[in-house]
Design a protein around this ligand. Structure first.
Ligand SMILES: C[S@@+](CC[C@H](N)C(=O)[O-])C[C@H]1O[C@@H](n2cnc3c(N)ncnc32)[C@H](O)[C@@H]1O
Length: 640
């Protein structure tokens, strides 16, 4: 099959009334986003006329024709869906669940697990319904271990040893459509017939099944496709399920699993440590286990740290190892942090130096059924040794798995050169920024040139003892401009400690004990910090560190104490007009976009605020900022 053709399909064509015209061959091309249909000697290209006759195209129903119809793992344009969906429904072998079916399935399993079902109950319950998906028992395993995983995460929260079990903690399997996306893209870079594929943490086999589907779609026999995979995992039960399901893919094609194939499956899919015992292959496809250094035991931490700039998390150590195991291409689903945060800056620079980033699916949160929250924010990417040029970026951050799948299938991508992001401090892959926005980083000075952002804030080390709502301690609270207090000599001071989105002025809900005894404690206690008291003499701005992707800054009158959740900014010239003008800029959409680009986690780090490019601040901005603050504080008359 020519390289430009992704897969071919034979389907029956009938009239609207069901009268059969015969069979035709459908070719799905690789790059053209086109579905090409030949009927007898005439070629009909996808057109509005053809889309009208779509309902007249039905899949063949007899089994020999079905066998000739190869399954397409990913349609190339949305208009092709009708045909492909028809084929998917008619043909269950080598098939898989869509994102919405996976979500439904996982919810149903969860319900049964809650009622006390064990593995064999679940198999009995779901066999008829879902067994056409090779990974279906993997989902059963994932859900049966959900309780243990929750305990493990809880242990992690309390820094307990229980979390050290990477198998339980990391068994959150890949949605099939993401595995298919990675596998089909990786296959484009290698000899589709001969290439081999390794998953060094294969779990129940989701990535490997996608590889088999992609190979079969490219013309390989299912046996050859199955024999081209290698997998290792620490979990014997997952390994057993993976072998069984790979054999099942052969049976689903009405073929026999010979003793030779059985033996090869035992040899190729093994229980082993993926950071040690995995063989070299053309392609590595993986969704590696995630675990921070703090959660590991000494031995594992030392091994992970051996991976240099990649020794930051277990998943990045796997990525480093994959670089050596893959001779041509690496396809990974991992937390997005490696492409964005400062901790991984050296690792991502090294990856971009040694590989070409070919495709980048920015999946964000909401990908995994039943797992929400920013911590699960993910990206899937393909690194190749052979390609060059721009990278194809898919921005799939919003919505749940099924929305992401639909948007991926309708090809909503943009091509960018990764070098463009070098201009952003830390070089995060902020692909959603326009070129003009990225240019601002070199055009304008960084905020820290004119403003001071102290890196050392106040930390009580025991908020339950030292921090109170202002209403409780009003009689002992020192007043400041715009904010009342009952005693100028009192022991409590207003405390900037973040709070909800609140631009210009506000969030003055907390007071901190700033008596001599309390300060002595902050100075000497190991987990506390006493801020530099000279800042109490200066007006400034403060902002919410934990911003949920919406930055908000406020005016902070002199006399207020600030902690790490509500860091402060001061004018180097102690010029209030400069502060008011900066406040207008900080509360603008542009500043928010640039700050989120520097670090798309939920925290706005001091480092990022210091590096924010600041366009010229004008007298008009100062006037607007001042008027907002004075009117919202209700203390315009008393402003000095
Ligand atoms: C996130 S799951 C991914 C599984 C599968 N590849 C997928 O994509 O669905 C991570 C897998 O890594 C396995 N694992 C954890 N530590 C490992 C290690 N050191 N070596 C090999 N596998 C490991 C876990 O048992 C788990 O099955």
């Amino acid at each position: 099959m020519p390289r430009s053709i992704r897969s071919t399909h034979e389907v029956a064509i009938s009239s609207r009334s069901g009268w059969p015209f015969g069979y035709t061959r459908i070719m799905v091309t690789r790059r053209s986003n086109a579905l090409k249909i030949t009927l007898a000697s005439c070629a009909i290209f996808w057109s509005s006329r053809l889309s009208n006759c779509c309902s007249s195209i039905t899949p063949p129903t007899d089994s020999s024709a079905l066998r000739r119809t190869s399954f397409i793992s990913r349609p190339f344009c949305s208009r092709a869906h009708n045909i492909v969906d028809l084929m998917k429904n008619a043909r269950k072998n080598l098939s898989r669940l869509s994102a919405s079916e996976e979500r439904r399935f996982v919810t149903e399993i969860r319900r049964s697990v809650r009622k006390g079902a064990n593995f064999s109950d679940l198999v009995e319950e779901f066999e008829g319904q879902w067994a056409h998906d090779p990974h279906w028992k993997g989902w059963l395993l994932q859900e049966l271990r959900r309780g243990a995983r929750a305990e493990s995460f809880e242990a992690h929260h309390h820094h307990e040893a229980k979390h050290k079990d990477t198998v339980v903690a990391s068994q959150i399997f890949t949605p099939a459509w993401v595995a298919d996306a990675l596998a089909t893209h990786c296959l484009e870079h290698v000899d589709a017939v001969r290439a081999t594929c390794l998953d060094p943490c294969c779990g129940a086999g989701q990535m490997l099944f996608a590889w088999v589907r992609a190979k079969v779609s490219s013309g390989a026999s299912v046996e050859d496709a199955v024999l081209s995979v290698r997998g290792v995992d620490l979990d014997p039960e997952a390994v057993a399920l993976c072998r069984e399901a790979l054999a099942g893919m052969i049976r689903a094609e009405d073929k026999v699993v010979s003793a030779q194939i059985q033996a090869a499956l035992h040899e190729n899919i093994k229980v082993a440590d993926g950071l040690e015992g995995a063989p070299k292959c053309d392609v590595v496809l993986m969704n590696p286990p995630y675990m921070g250094l703090r959660s590991m035991d000494e031995g594992m931490r030392a091994r992970v740290k051996e991976h240099g700039e990649f020794g930051v998390d277990l998943y990045s150590a796997f990525i480093d190892h994959a670089q050596r195991q893959a001779t041509a291409v690496v396809g990974v689903l991992a937390p997005q942090t490696i492409w964005f945060t400062q901790r991984f800056e050296r690792a991502r620079r090294s990856l971009l130096n040694d590989w070409h980033l070919d495709q980048f699916l920015h999946l964000g949160s909401g990908l995994f059924p039943g797992l929400n929250g920013e911590k699960s924010s993910a990206a899937a990417f393909v690194l190749s040794r052979t390609s060059s040029g721009t990278t194809e970026f898919y921005d799939l951050r919003s919505g749940k798995g099924e929305d992401k799948e639909a948007r991926y299938e309708s090809c909503q991508s943009a091509r960018r050169s990764v070098e463009a992001f070098d201009e952003i401090p830390g070089a995060p892959l902020a692909h959603w920024l326009k070129d003009e926005e990225i240019a601002l980083f070199s055009k304008y000075p960084a905020l820290e040139e004119f403003f001071e952002v102290p890196g050392s804030q106040n930390k009580t080390g025991d908020n339950a003892r030292f921090v109170r709502p202002v209403t409780e301690v009003f009689d002992e609270l020192v007043p400041v401009w715009g904010l009342d207090g009952g005693n100028p000599e009192g022991r409590y001071r207003y405390y900037s400690k973040g709070g909800p989105y609140c631009p210009w002025w506000g969030n003055w809900d907390w007071a901190v004990d700033f008596s001599d005894e309390a300060k002595a404690f902050y100075r000497t206690n190991r987990t506390s910090n006493l801020m530099d008291e000279s800042y109490l003499e200066r007006n400034g701005l403060c902002y919410t560190d934990f911003g949920g992707r919406r930055f908000s800054a406020r005016f902070m009158p002199k006399g207020v104490v600030f902690d790490m959740a509500g860091p402060a900014i001061f004018s180097r010239k102690d010029d209030d007009d400069e502060l008011f003008a900066l406040l207008v800029y900080l509360n603008s959409d542009l500043a928010n976009r640039l700050l989120v680009a520097m670090n798309p986690s939920l925290h706005f780090q001091v480092r990022d605020v210091r590096a924010l490019p600041v366009p010229p601040l004008t007298a008009e901005m100062a006037r607007r900022g001042r008027s907002k603050v004075l009117s919202l504080s209700g203390a315009a008359q008393t402003y000095p």
